[in-house]
Design a protein around this ligand. Structure first.
Ligand SMILES: Cc1ncc(C[n+]2csc(CCOP(=O)(O)OP(=O)(O)O)c2C)c(N)n1
Ligand SMILES: [Mg+2]
Length: 446
């Protein structure tokens, strides 16, 4: 198995200086602005070394530039997009059965979204549809690392995570069609639903970043009851720019809470390319400033996603605090069904299409002989069968009765009893000394 590369960042602190630019990042050379305004090289001060674990087997280097074309703008991609696709990384933890289970969830995720697209085109969906095409490994293999009594806060593209947590395709289809039997009983027509009784899923919050402090709060609640659990949520390359993202991660960091945050760097925030969203090279570097471990994975490689998620969850369970995992991949459709994503350069789509997460995992399973071609065909047929039954059920299920419209909107004594699962606080908080100091940050997730 290829070894994990650790990216070392050496930053120096100076009396007057500057952070390394994108180009010289990782070098200790810095500059000082002298009193006459001249930039002079200095080497003084205190040097710290930080590590970011990088699980990737290939590190694509390309940039997206906005260029003017007539009255409008276009994006151009620069870089080597012709490299051969390597096999995925062998998992340190997943056995045959688990790997096949994740593969099945990913196929279910993909095919359910294709069914939703058709339902939309048939005029059966109320509102829009959001897709996680190309991101199935990130959703399914991450959620797979959680234990049933732990908590997940999915975002709109993480429908695969919802499936892994126990929602059925029919729940999700009925939700999009606003059917009476849907998780929100027809009150919401997209993905704003969760389940705090059975599946331990916090409903997505559209305001980007807001789920992070909520999930940190769930971990805090559990800890007050004497349990260290892992709580997982996601934020995009666009959404990570919000203030509440900083506040939420920082809170989890100082409180040493078991937050596992996937930063889904799918290269686009709506029609804004990642290169126009942030200046750091890797969003995992943000972890350094929060004082927590940062990890990079190829988001199209289910084994990498699972291994990083598993290690972060284990860290959370040991009460050692949060982890930020950057998953690099590509949003393979528009923002939602209304967006044809014409702004995405075709060469970029081709590059990532060749790295289809399902095909990659399928090849991994076939090459290891964990799945024979016949078993593979059978598995795919069983997913089709399940989806067809769920689609039929969802399409034929009733819409909410009109007279029920006002019910379930506001909580009253009967409609929505929230039973606290936990009792009185058993521990106050982790002691300050258990929290790693920023200078101890060369933490490897081993
Ligand atoms: C605070 C906030 N600002 C803006 C929006 C509108 N908005 C919804 S999704 C989106 C793009 C998000 O991009 P990214 O975070 O990269 O996630 P992706 O869609 O790529 O998964 C924007 C700007 C929002 N919901 N919340
Ligand atoms: Mg994005």
């Amino acid at each position: 198995m290829a070894s994990t590369v650790t990216k070392q960042l050496r930053y120096s602190t100076f009396d007057v200086g500057s952070m390394p630019s994108r180009k010289n990042k990782g070098q200790t050379k810095s500059v000082r602005i002298s009193s006459n305004g001249r930039r002079v090289g200095v080497r003084c001060g205190f040097e710290r070394t930080y590590s970011i674990v990088d699980y990737r087997l290939e590190k694509p280097e390309f940039t997206l530039r906005q260029v003017r074309k007539g009255d409008g703008v276009e994006y151009e991609v620069e870089g080597d997009l012709g490299t051969a696709v390597p096999p995925i990384r062998e998992s340190k933890y997943l056995d045959k059965k688990q790997s096949i289970e994740i593969y099945r969830w990913m196929i279910l995720n993909r095919k359910m979204e294709a069914a939703l697209e058709n339902l939309y085109k048939q005029g059966k969906v109320v509102g829009g549809v959001y897709f996680g095409l190309g991101q199935e490994a990130c959703s399914c293999a991450s959620a797979y690392a959680l234990k049933p009594d732990e908590w997940l806060g999915p975002m709109i593209r993480n429908q695969g995570s919802l499936l892994v947590r126990g929602f059925s395709p029919r729940d999700i289809m009925m939700q999009y069609m606003a059917k009476a039997g849907s998780p929100t009983k027809g009150r919401d027509a997209s993905s704003h639903f969760g389940d705090i009784q059975k599946h331990n899923v916090v409903a997505p919050i559209s305001t980007l970043g807001d789920l992070i402090p909520v999930l940190a709060g769930v971990a805090l609640g559990a800890r007050l009851q004497g349990r260290s659990i892992a709580v997982m949520t996601y934020i995009g390359d666009g959404g990570q720019s919000t203030g509440v993202t900083y506040e939420g991660i920082n809170f989890a960091a100082v409180q040493n809470l078991g937050l596992v945050l996937f930063v889904e760097n799918n290269l686009w925030g709506y029609s804004t390319p990642a290169d126009m969203q942030f200046r750091v090279k890797d969003l995992a570097e943000r972890a350094i400033a929060y004082g927590i471990p940062g990890v990079i994975v190829d988001g199209t490689d289910a084994c990498q996603v699972y291994d990083a998620a598993h290690e972060a969850c284990e860290r959370a369970r040991r009460g050692e605090g949060p982890t930020l995992i950057e998953a690099k991949m590509m949003r393979m459709k528009g923002h939602a069904i209304h967006d044809a994503a014409e702004y995405v350069p075709k060469a970029l789509l081709k590059y990532w299409r060749e790295r289809d997460p399902i095909t990659r995992l399928e090849n991994y399973l076939l090459n290891r002989k964990w799945l024979t071609p016949a078993e593979n065909r059978e598995l795919i047929a069983s997913v089709d069968q399940q989806l067809e039954a769920d689609r039929e059920f969802a399409v034929n299920s009733p819409m909410p009765a009109p007279e029920s419209a006002a019910a379930g909107v506001y909580c009253n004594d009967d409609c929505h009893k929230i039973k606290p699962k936990y009792s009185k606080p058993k521990v106050r908080s982790t002691s300050r000394s258990a929290v790693p100091h920023a200078s101890e940050l060369a933490v490897h997730l081993k």
